[in-house]
Design a protein around this ligand. Structure first.
Ligand SMILES: Nc1ncnc2c1ncn2[C@@H]1O[C@H](COP(=O)(O)OP(=O)(O)O)[C@@H](O)[C@H]1O
Ligand SMILES: [Mg+2]
Length: 251
């Protein structure tokens, strides 16, 4: 069996119980989740464990319906697991596939500043945080632009900037590039990579079905049927997927 980049077997749930540590931005231990349907519990996630070092970008891949979004929502606190534990740096932000669902204000500047209202900041402090966040995602020059003039990828970057402005420590990103062209796709990936540095480490978990994006990841997780099947080294997972002959359309 191949080993992950941290030297433990890449199959999930092995030897992870005693390894909870603050050097990880995201840790999930033995996470299970079921829906109640027709009087029965339908298992969706089955004993999923993962851990992602702080400051890294990891990608989560697997066939449609295997539970990627459900796992991401549990890590975001949007769903409660049926059992298992989450340990995650905060604040954390969940960015959805459709940016129109979260880019809500008329201009880029107003949208990124929107979440800062609760912090009792001076206008100068707000401006400074907005500009730093937009700079991190390569959108500073769009400060005054109406959001409806932006491409899908630019809107995603504005949504990410909004999270960064609020000093988020974890970005949970669900299939952001599905509907983007190659240029926009690269722009969003670059923005996320660039967000990891700077003041305070940001950790990112990126769900994708576009396997070519794996090359930008520091680590990867492969799921099937509600389980974490592989966890760790990107090239091992890419090799495994090639061996399985999983095409982009199937994953
Ligand atoms: N609100 C829901 N109610 C019932 N089943 C759901 C709900 N959301 C997702 N599921 C089921 O959970 C499984 C995993 O879904 P999801 O996490 O969205 O998978 P993925 O993101 O990998 O495509 C699927 O079988 C899906 O049909
Ligand atoms: Mg999904």
């Amino acid at each position: 069996m191949a080993t992950s980049c941290f030297g433990y077997p890449i199959c999930s749930g092995v030897g992870m119980g005693s390894m909870m540590s603050s050097s990880y931005g995201i840790e999930g231990r033995n996470l299970s989740f079921s829906y109640r349907r027709g009087g029965k519990d339908v298992p969706i996630l089955k004993d999923c464990s993962l851990r992602i070092p702080a400051g890294q970008l990891w990608m989560l891949v697997g066939p449609n319906g295997c539970g990627k979004s459900t796992l991401l929502k549990i890590l975001a606190g949007l769903l409660n697991p049926t059992s298992g534990d989450v340990s995650i740096r905060r604040p954390r932000s969940f960015v959805f596939q459709n940016p129109d669902h979260q880019v809500v204000m008329p201009t880029v500047e107003a949208d990124v500043a929107f979440g800062l209202g609760k912090f009792n900041l001076t206008p100068h402090e707000v401006r400074s945080k907005v500009e730093s966040a937009l700079d991190a995602v390569g959108m500073l020059e769009y400060l005054q632009r109406p959001v409806q003039t932006l491409s899908g990828g630019q809107k995603q970057r504005v949504a990410i900037a909004g999270a960064l402005a609020e000093a988020c420590r974890v970005l949970l990103l669900d299939e952001l590039t599905t509907f983007l062209d190659e240029n926009d796709q690269k722009g969003v990936i670059k923005a996320v990579k660039n967000s990891l540095g700077g003041l305070g480490e940001v950790t990112a978990l990126w769900v994708t079905h576009r396997l070519e994006e794996l090359r930008y990841a520091d680590g990867a997780i492969y799921m099937e049927d509600g389980r974490v099947v592989m966890h760790g080294d990107v090239s091992s997972i890419a090799h495994f997927l090639n061996e399985k002959q999983i095409g982009y359309a199937d994953c």
